[in-house]
Design a protein around this ligand. Structure first.
Ligand code: CP
Ligand code: NVA
Length: 304
């Protein structure tokens, strides 16, 4: 599958067919890998990865994903690049485009990604910004499809901070006909434009009550209250105890509901240990699926 878009910065660049196609390709790539039948579809292709912020899953899954497809990834901490000495994003984008077939960047400010995308002649992938985390959502919807065997008609309850992961999840829901109910404290809602655009395609409910959000939910999701770009300890008071995913809140969802968290998690803050380490949690499959989902994305962007 080849995508129409050059870059994936939010998920909104994708058509519904492309999004669902990527989820299916991810599942196929996972099966092939498990049977030792992965093919070198990106032989001799290279990915440059810029990290302004720390990462475990994103870095390792992109690097190993490229390796498994016969390609190579180069990790660039932005501190070690001339970017840190004032070289412009424009010049960085043009330079990296002359060496590599794709650029992945994790940045503080989403506008930096937009600049990279504007000036790079090769595809640019968002590996997390202050506003979006599209690769996470590909893996999350892949996990939901694996566990629930379908996407359309599923209800997701998002609990806590309406953050970067939440924004991309709303786009994912809109592209796949999934309903979302989002419970956040006042002032922590997801981005208005994302909600307004997505409401045209699926049901997106905003509430301050986690028990309204989890009612009839097939999937319960939360994320840290202290994102890498926003770690003021005073924020905690706004979320606890009301927005913690604990056994009582989980039992308000459907009996067979699954629990997702992009990780890293702060146990006994946004989620209790009993939930994240309990039988409804699928967070390790979700983390593994970053690898498969990103391989599908890389193949669809680079492999013509
Ligand atoms: N979920 C996620 O993006 O993890 P990392 O910050 O470890 O990459
Ligand atoms: N919302 C979190 C996700 C980390 C993967 C953050 O931005 O830090």
């Amino acid at each position: 599958m080849k995508l129409k878009t050059k870059d994936v910065l939010t998920l909104a660049e994708l058509s519904s067919k492309e999004f669902l196609g990527l989820i299916d390709s991810s599942i196929t790539l996972k099966k092939e890998l498990k049977k030792n039948r992965n093919k070198p579809i990106l032989k001799n292709k290279t990915l440059t990865m810029i990290f302004q912020k720390p990462s475990t899953r994103t870095r390792v899954s992109f690097e190993i994903g490229m390796l498994q497809m016969g390609g190579h990834a180069i990790n660039l901490s932005s501190n070690d690049m001339q970017l840190s000495r004032g070289e412009s994003v424009e010049d960085t984008a043009k330079t990296l485009s002359r060496y590599s077939d794709c650029i992945m960047a994790r940045v503080y400010d989403h506008r930096l990604l937009e600049k990279l995308s504007e000036h790079a002649s090769v595809p640019v992938i968002n590996g997390l910004s202050d506003s979006f985390h599209p690769c996470q959502i590909l893996a999350d919807f892949m996990t939901i499809k694996e566990k629930k065997k379908k996407l359309k008609g599923i209800k997701i309850a998002w609990i806590g901070d309406g953050n970067n992961v939440c924004n991309s999840m709303i786009y994912g829901a809109a592209l796949s006909g999934v309903d979302m109910s989002i419970a956040t404290p006042k002032g922590f809602e997801p981005e208005k434009t994302v909600v307004t655009e997505s409401k045209k395609l699926t049901n997106i409910e905003l509430t301050t009550d986690p028990f309204i959000a989890t009612k009839n939910a097939d999937v319960v999701v939360t994320d840290t209250y202290s994102s890498i770009h926003n770690n003021d300890p005073k924020r905690m008071k706004k979320f606890l105890p009301k927005y913690q995913v604990n056994s009582k809140l989980m039992s308000n969802a459907k009996k067979n509901a699954i629990f997702l968290h992009c990780l890293p998690a702060k146990r006994d803050q946004e989620v209790t240990s009993s939930v994240i380490d309990g039988s409804q949690s699928v967070v390790w499959d979700e983390a593994e699926n970053r690898l498969h989902a990103q391989k599908a994305l890389l193949a669809a962007l680079i492999y013509a």
